[in-house]
Design a protein around this ligand. Structure first.
Ligand code: PLP
Length: 405
């Protein structure tokens, strides 16, 4: 009998929590147990709603969206994105430099596949949003992880980044604001990354999907705005800022100086055309969404849900002996550190499983984000304050006695 295995290309792809943790969670849920899911960055799951005006507008557009669009996307959507780039000082983005996608996820795959040959290296942060490492790997490349430093607010460690550049390095991925740490990088750090890219003639990849989810009145600086002389592939979308994750709406812009990237752009155009086009109804809401930003802004200020939830989780987790966390300044993630000596933690996947079984909380362990030490986990703080309080009480009870065996 023929036996079909998964492709070997997937052997080293690690993506989110699968395997024993997910199997156990599903078994417990089927058994009627009440699991607190702090592992999903999906606003709709926690009662956040895409504004009615946007949903109604999409419904009205449906009759006009029956055919394929241009493979790069509708002109109206790309014009709105072009204006957004201008607003963010992202240089040299013309309508032809913009591609809409079925979420940023699809475009991450396209921009890696279009560039990498076997053995090419891509600098990816650790911890990372794991789709980046997976996409580099599936494209035949090698993800080389540079450290983001918890002692410095989780900013990229520039010395580590510099020492990992080799003749095979093609580019640097920067996720800002960051998932899973919630860090927002200051201009000075971004400038140093740009300087390295300049020195070694590398392409920059800026995943900025959380750029409209910034707290404390801070300002997000677009990486491309600091690098007009280099090519930056900028990625953004509506999943998070407009609470519209299910619509699958993202975009990619090729910014800056593209003179030595003509071949690469040809590759991107080919891959973009091969999928015919991205979801057209989702493209139709890009102009109205980029005009309407108050809905999310109100979540980010004192009294707003995201702000209050961040305050709550940050305080209550830090109050637990053996747990410490850096305050996130953006997005809706916090990446707490555990005192591994106190809890005798040697294996963070085992910790996640123990937490699930004993405290009935589902989180993602640090290893799920290509973090090499077994001393971190990510909490999504999208649940409302009362659910977060319950979760933190369960965390406190669990950690008061936990010793890994
Ligand atoms: N990039 C980052 C950093 C993310 O956290 C996510 C989703 O969680 C994505 C990209 C994918 O977003 P999309 O829904 O647009 O595919």
């Amino acid at each position: 009998m023929k036996v079909y295995e998964k492709s070997h290309k997937l052997d080293h792809v690690c993506y989110d929590i699968r395997g024993p943790i997910m199997d156990e969670a599903q078994k417990m849920i089927r058994g009627g147990e009440d699991i607190l899911k702090l592992n999903i960055g999906n606003p709709a799951y926690f009662g956040f709603k895409c504004p009615d005006e946007i949903v109604d507008y999409m419904a009205r557009c449906l009759p006009d969206t029956e055919g394929y669009s241009d493979s790069k996307g509708k002109v109206s959507a790309r014009e709105a994105i072009m204006n957004y780039c201008k607003e963010k000082n992202i240089p040299n983005v013309d309508i032809d430099d913009i591609y809409t996608g079925n979420g940023v996820s699809e475009l991450i795959g396209i921009c890696m596949q279009g560039l990498l040959d076997d053995g090419d290296e891509m600098l990816v942060p650790s911890p990372d949003y794991p789709l980046w490492t997976a996409s580099v790997t599936l494209a035949g490349g090698k993800a080389v992880h540079y450290i983001c430093d918890e002692e410095s607010n989780w900013y990229p460690d520039i010395a580590d980044l510099a020492k990992k550049i080799t003749p095979k390095t093609k580019g640097i991925v920067v996720i800002n604001p960051n998932n899973p740490t919630g860090a927002l990088y200051p201009k000075e750090i971004l400038e140093q990354i740009v300087e390295l890219a300049r020195e070694h003639e590398l392409i920059l990849f800026a995943d900025e999907i959380y750029d409209r989810l910034v707290l404390d009145g801070a300002e997000h600086v677009a990486l491309a705005s600091l690098a007009p002389d280099l090519m930056t592939v900028c990625l953004n979308g509506l999943s998070k800022s407009h609470l519209a994750a299910g619509y699958r709406c993202g975009w990619m812009c090729l910014a800056g100086n593209k003179t030595n990237c003509k071949g690469y752009i040809e590759g991107i155009n080919l891959l973009s055309a091969m999928r015919l086009c991205s979801n057209v109804p989702a493209q139709s809401i890009i102009p109205i969404s980029l005009e309407m930003r108050e809905a999310t802004n109100s979540l980010l200020v004192p009294g707003g849900r995201v702000y209050e939830q961040r305050e709550c989780v940050y305080k209550l987790l830090n109050d637990i002996p053996g747990i410490s966390c850096v305050k996130p300044q953006a997005a809706f993630y916090i990446f707490p550190k555990m005192d591994t000596a106190k809890f005798n933690i040697k294996d963070d996947e085992q910790f996640a499983l123990d937490l699930l079984k004993q405290a009935k909380i589902l989180i993602t362990h640090g290893g799920g984000f290509h973090w090499n030490e077994p001393d971190h986990f990510r909490v999504v703080f999208l649940p409302d304050v009362s659910m977060l309080r319950t979760a933190c009480q369960r965390f406190a009870r669990f950690f008061s006695t936990y010793k890994q065996r």
